[in-house]
Ligand binder design. Structure first.
Ligand SMILES: [Fe+2]
Length: 239
């Protein structure tokens, strides 16, 4: 993290609004992509580029920033591109084609990402939870948060948690899709993310809540998902 916070660059971008304008499917899916970087170095990372890759590059360019790497929260096509409901969603493969940057993913997600996007092993940089990815003076910590998928990861940077489909405002990702695991999600929400400070700001992978972001403190107070009474209660609720 830069000590000078004015250097820190962070954009939350809603598909169908800030990029992929006019794409009705993207608009319906309400995916967020993010740009995280260092204003002084003029370099940033893109989180979950999908739907409209040139549009995301345009946003970065308009801010005077160059995209130098990609972070993938998990392997679902609405986040990284691939086949979805009979459509081909553009994503990481287009980023690779345009820029040849590394895709940072969790070790447990690499096979799924290759399968969904067609990327090769050398396109990916695989990580364990606790690793850092640096862009200029900004350090992004990778947290391994399985549950939605085996290699789901969240990104912790400058007091913000970019959570993909692990945690939404007033919700969490589905655990009934292939690779989903309700018990792992319980551990992620009640243990792995429980130690983060209350003033950490949650930035989810979809705009599903009443607000696009809010603190974990508010989330813990308002949402059932961060305070299930017991694993039995949780498993009953998750079906
Ligand atoms: Fe997902």
């Amino acid at each position: 993290m830069p000590s000078d916070s004015s250097r820190f660059y962070f954009r939350q971008l809603l598909a169908g609004r800030e990029f992929a304008q006019g794409d009705p499917v993207a608009g319906q899916m309400r995916n967020f992509a993010y740009l995280i970087g260092d204003r002084e170095a003029k370099k940033c990372l893109v989180v979950d580029p999908a739907w409209d890759v040139p549009g995301l590059f345009d946003v970065a360019r308009a801010d005077g920033m160059e995209i130098v790497g990609a972070l993938a929260t998990h392997y679902h096509p609405d986040h990284i591109g691939g086949e979805l409901f009979g459509f081909t969603v553009p994503g990481l493969a287009s980023v690779q084609e345009a820029k040849g940057v590394k895709v940072h993913c969790n070790r447990n997600e690499a096979a799924g990402i290759r399968q969904v996007t067609g990327l090769s092993e050398s396109d990916l940089e695989t990580h364990d939870g606790g690793d850092y990815v640096e862009v200029g003076a900004v350090r992004v910590q990778l947290l391994h948060t399985p549950g939605h998928t085996p290699g789901s990861q969240c990104f912790l940077v400058d007091g913000r948690l970019v959570a993909g489909d692990t945690l939404f405002v007033e919700g969490c990702g589905r655990v009934d899709l292939p690779g989903g695991d309700a018990e792992e999600m319980y551990r992620t929400l009640t243990q792995r993310l429980a130690t983060l400070p209350a003033d950490t700001i949650l930035f989810p992978g979809h705009d599903y809540g009443p607000v696009p972001s809010r603190t974990l403190g508010e989330e813990r107070a308002e949402s059932y998902y961060l305070q299930p009474r017991s694993i039995e209660d949780w498993m009953r609720m998750m079906g």
